[in-house]
Design a binder for this molecule. Structure first.
Ligand code: PPE
Length: 316
């Protein structure tokens, strides 16, 4: 197959006018790095993913921007990466990128990484560079899947132990684990992978946190082998506000087989129902009532329709 980067770019919608890089907006084609960029070689970069939605009043707002920027700085702190900008500056960069590219709804990707200078694992002197890009991004696991529910396969790739890779850091290199799990699941015609932790308990999807419902109660794995998802935290809050019991607890994969409902959460995936794991139908194979309720309230929150959650919106 002929590889045409221009064609790929055009199809992906990634090409916008401007990207914020190291303190200012630059044209898309100038947002480049050198091949000896340290982070490219060792995967030591930290990043975020946020979504911006159009509110009902016509304004655009980034969902929980403060929490995402805080997690970016937490990630940097964990990996000992000194951030050359303040949280306020990064927040403003996110809003600028949305505004200057005239994107009313989009995905926003801040990334902090080590530039060129020295090579080798022990290099400490390279400059930390920060960029923020934004682009339109549709349903992460497909429109159909988002409505009907996804089919998952337990991965043969195990989620890394928290003493190998700290789960509170959203760092680039560790995503090899997610990518391999995702390749495997999709190669076998599943929509997404479900990864177990080193002890065999359910951890999370390749890019989503995971929830099950049984007898009206909700369970999700604790933050040990999964990312502290901001969508996860939002959904826990929404459920508790609705009077639903949510426990953060380890469970084995067969707890998923016998669940009444299951769903995944993530910035990209939003709230996606799960209808199957390892070819076992979950509940009646359709999004259940709690899942549907969460999807509805979450959607309302994203678009500024629920006054209880309006403080989650950062207007650009
Ligand atoms: N776990 C993992 C491993 C993960 O990557 C994500 C986000 C989550 C949980 C959910 O976190 P949060 O977005 O804060 O609710 N995954 C990003 C992946 C997107 C991509 O493919 O790139 C995302 O949803 O932005």
């Amino acid at each position: 197959m002929e590889y045409d980067p221009e064609e790929l770019l055009a199809a992906s919608g990634l090409r916008t006018d401007k990207i914020w890089m190291d303190g200012g907006l630059v044209p898309y084609d100038q947002a480049n790095v050198h091949i000896l960029t340290h982070s490219l070689h060792y995967g030591l970069a930290v990043f975020e993913g946020m979504r911006c939605y159009k509110s009902d009043d016509g304004r655009s707002a980034i969902f929980r921007a403060n929490e995402h920027v805080r997690r970016l700085f937490d990630s940097a702190h964990i990996v000992e990466m000194p951030m050359p900008f303040s949280q306020e500056e990064i927040l403003k960069a996110c809003a600028d990128v949305v505004r200057v590219n005239r994107l009313s709804e989009c995905y926003i990707r801040p990334i902090a990484f080590y530039g060129e200078g020295e090579m080798g694992l022990s290099a400490r002197g390279n400059a930390v560079r920060v960029a923020v890009a934004a682009w339109p991004w549709g349903a992460y696991l497909g429109e159909e899947a988002a409505r009907q529910g996804v089919r998952l396969k337990t991965s043969s790739f195990v989620r890394f132990h928290h003493n190998s890779i700290p789960p509170n850091a959203k760092a680039s290199g560790p995503y090899i684990n997610s990518i391999l799990a995702g390749y495997e699941a999709r190669r076998h015609n599943y929509d997404e992978a479900l990864l177990l932790d080193v002890n065999g308990y359910v951890a999370e999807g390749s890019g989503e946190n995971f929830f099950i419902v049984r007898d009206g109660e909700v369970r999700t794995p604790p933050i040990m082998s999964c990312l502290p998802g901001i969508t996860r935290a939002s959904v826990i809050r929404i459920l508790r506000d609705a009077g639903v019991t949510v426990t953060e607890q380890l469970f084995p994969r067969d707890a998923v087989y016998i669940a009444d409902e299951a769903f995944m959460t993530g910035t990209a995936a939003e709230v996606t129902p799960v209808r199957e794991l390892d070819d076992r139908t979950i509940g009646d194979g359709k999004p259940g009532p709690i899942t549907l309720k969460v999807m509805e309230v979450f959607r309302a929150a994203l678009h500024g329709r629920d006054p209880r959650y309006r403080s989650w919106l950062y207007y650009v």
